[in-house]
Design a protein around this ligand. Structure first.
Ligand code: SAH
Length: 349
């Protein structure tokens, strides 16, 4: 592989030439570099995702979508779409479960990282890859899954100062990159009840997530199908600054080492719900991940796996806890479904 570009130098040069850049641009460039050059997911990487915790996660999602497909009359051309498939583990577990239910869809991956595409191809040699959602098929129902995808999209931030809201930018300080208030906000995005926040207060929005949700909801409306979004986040309101960096399974300074740590922000499910509804789709949830998985039979699945492999009982119990317990992923992570009108709502809501 050619030597990856030095993202610290690139960002430094950019800021020297153009002046401070928005947090949004910083996050977008840092993450693009990060995913393109590091295998971040897993014990040896920076973070572990639910599909890497246990096969049960993907199996339940696969069965939930197969069930929707069955109740929709088993359209024979439905395509499976995954956004940001990581190692391809979730798709592998989904496809196996779907097959049991008689569903064997073509697999479409939306993935920008060449490194992760290679990994995905090991498990899914016949998948079709897309850089963006624009090239997804337009002539068939879509079964779409996004797990820990929306949280990786760059957020735009405003910070309150004594002279009003300003765009939050990244500049070069004595010790490297640092956040600072930039130009007065050009956007009319500050909700009225937040107009009088104390200086230092931050509000966030994710234009990329909004655009994607709008486009995908329109696809579902026009083509039929269902989408499950699983991510950590909240339902509307002001949640301040949720930008965070994770490196080697520990929180880090989001501005300290761009491209070397995973930058994420909480997903605003309230905003996504509004956009999906406005686009003419039906929204269910969000509900907590733990509750959703259990209501779709996670305990049964764990019991079956344990019966088949008693030696793994401890490991399976552990995974069950990680996926469902409020202190682990059970409560912070949410599941939301978007369906075309006339399509059934997935179970578990
Ligand atoms: N869903 C996987 C991986 C989550 S990590 C899992 O649960 O294990 C985020 C994934 O989204 C990675 O595959 C990353 O390369 C991809 N990604 C991030 N930003 C993207 C973008 N703008 N377009 C397409 N893929 C993106």
């Amino acid at each position: 592989m050619p030597t990856p570009p030095d993202i610290t130098r690139e960002l430094t040069q950019l800021i020297e030439e153009e002046g401070p850049i928005s947090v949004e641009r910083f996050m977008g460039l840092a993450n693009r570099h990060y995913y393109a050059t590091r295998d971040a997911i897993g014990a040896a990487g920076d973070f572990i995702t639910a599909p890497e915790v246990s096969q049960m996660f993907g199996e339940i999602i696969g069965l939930a979508l197969a069930d929707v497909w069955q109740r929709a009359g088993r359209p024979d051309n439905a395509a499976l779409v995954e956004l940001g498939p990581g190692h391809g583990t979730l798709a592998d577990d989904m496809v196996r479960a779907m097959k049991v239910a008689g569903l064997e869809p073509a697999i479409h991956f939306v993935e920008t990282s060449p490194l992760l595409r290679e990994k995905q191809a090991d498990l899914h040699p016949n998948a079709i890859w897309h850089d963006t959602i624009q090239t997804l098929p337009t002539d068939r129902p879509l079964l779409i899954v996004a797990n820990e995808f929306f949280d990786a999209l760059p957020v735009h931030q405003l910070v309150m100062t004594f002279t009003g809201w300003r765009e939050r930018v990244v500049r070069l300080g004595m010790d490297g990159f640092e956040p600072a208030p930039g130009e007065p906000s050009k956007y009319g995005e500050v909700p009225p009840h937040l107009r009088h926040v104390d200086p230092g207060g931050i509000i966030e929005s994710c234009p990329a997530a909004r655009g994607l949700m709008r486009a995908l909801a329109r696809r579902l409306r026009d083509q039929g199908g269902a989408m499950l979004v699983i991510d950590y986040g909240h339902y509307g309101g002001s949640h301040g600054d949720t930008l965070q960096a994770v490196h080697a399974h520990a929180y880090a300074d989001p501005f300290a080492r761009p491209g070397a740590s995973d930058l994420t922000a909480h997903v605003d499910f309230g905003a996504l719900t509004g956009i999906a509804r406005a686009a003419g789709t039906h929204v269910a949830g969000p509900v907590e991940q733990g509750q959703w998985l259990v209501s779709l039979g996670l305990s049964n699945r764990a019991a079956i796996l344990t019966r088949n492999a008693p030696g793994r009982a401890h490991e399976i119990g552990d995974a069950y806890r990680r996926l469902t317990h409020p202190d682990e992923m059970g409560e912070l992570f949410k599941v939301m479904a978007v369906t075309a009108k006339g399509w059934p709502e997935p179970g578990g809501f």
